[in-house]
Design a protein around this ligand. Structure first.
Ligand SMILES: [Ca+2]
Ligand SMILES: [Ca+2]
Ligand SMILES: [Ca+2]
Ligand SMILES: [Ca+2]
Length: 323
């Protein structure tokens, strides 16, 4: 089966596979442990760990350190709600970091993804890195042992929406976790929706992180040059990279009798309000609603203006109704 077909099938099955969170927590924990026991490389890792720590353990009269298992149980989505890239068949997936909280709190990274010095990176992996029999996309797991394994302090997980931090435009942080003996850290992180680039140098209402996400130009307010600025296109759910996609009145035509029909390019599910003013739209023209709000169900919507063709000349416009 091709990778894209496999991924599609996995996505279709994703919802069905998330029915029992508690059972799954146990299952993933067991899988992570099984990886350490059964994998050839993992076996060597454990053996060397015992050799390294055995002497210390004997001297202190305590046990030696076992791996710390860290993992997420639900698929993480990006800033647009799409599942992060990476599964056992597609690597490298989006970047996952395990970091320290030296001051007890999480501090934001630099715009290039570099962590604050108080949030030192302990370990890095990628979305999709886990035992190969875990089928979901958008999840990860790690087993940390040896000198990388933290034995005290507070930690957290940071995930980026790209395989490299410097190319990412959004990230997400988990809850913090206090290490207390040998633990499984079940990561709570729903989405990578915190922007790394918050400036809007072209003043189009869209910060650079979102411009990167949509592929628009961070130094051009109207990337597709259709007359509608990038930020307004996002709000109107039109395509900011397609000059044929914008909010505009398509035509005004005759209805029955003196009725006029005003139609406009619409996006399904978006709500609009037609407005009119008498005469030409001068400065500070006062518009009033024509008819009720319209929830679009196709690529063009219309309202009938009763008597719209009689009486004075009117100018019509369509307003986006935002929640
Ligand atoms: Ca911008
Ligand atoms: Ca722009
Ligand atoms: Ca535009
Ligand atoms: Ca457009």
């Amino acid at each position: 089966m091709k990778q894209d077909e496999a991924e599609k099938e996995m996505r279709m099955n994703r919802t069905a596979k998330k029915t029992d969170r508690v059972a799954k927590m146990r299952k993933v924990g067991m899988r992570m442990k099984a990886t350490m026991r059964s994998g050839a490389g993992a076996g060597l890792l454990i053996a060397s760990l015992i050799l390294l720590t055995g002497q210390m353990a004997l001297g202190q009269g305590g046990g030696f350190t076992t791996p710390l298992h860290v993992g997420v149980l639900e698929s993480i989505v990006d800033e647009k709600g799409d599942i992060l890239f990476g599964n056992p068949w597609t690597q490298p997936g989006d970047l996952v970091q395990l970091l320290k909280c030296n001051t007890g709190v999480i501090l934001p990274p630099s715009p290039d993804g570099t962590p604050n010095p108080n949030n030192e990176v302990i370990y890095e992996t990628a979305i999709g890195c886990l035992a190969p029999w875990v089928e979901e996309s958008g999840i990860f797991g790690m087993s940390i042992s040896g000198t990388e394994r933290p034995t005290s302090g507070r930690i957290f997980v940071r995930v980026f929406n790209n395989p490299t931090a410097s190319a990412a435009c959004f990230y997400g942080d988990s809850q913090t976790f206090d290490i207390d003996g040998n633990k499984e850290f079940i990561v709570e992180l729903d989405a990578t929706d915190i922007p790394l680039h918050t400036g809007d140098p072209d003043n189009d209402g869209l910060i650079d992180s979102w411009e990167m996400s949509y592929g628009s130009d961070t130094s051009n307010p109207d990337t597709d040059e259709d007359g509608m600025i990038d930020g307004h296109e996002v709000r109107a759910h039109t395509d900011l990279l397609d000059p044929d996609s914008l909010l505009q009145v398509a035509r005004i035509r005759r209805g029955s009798g003196t009725d006029a029909i005003v139609s406009w390019d619409a996006v399904s599910g978006v709500v609009y309000q037609v407005e009119a003013t008498i005469g030409n739209p001068g400065d500070h023209a006062s518009y009033s609603n024509v008819g009720s709000q319209v929830a679009a169900s196709g690529s063009e919507s219309e309202v009938t203006v009763s008597g719209g063709l009689s009486g004075p000349t009117r100018t019509y416009r369509v307003r986006l109704v935002e929640e």
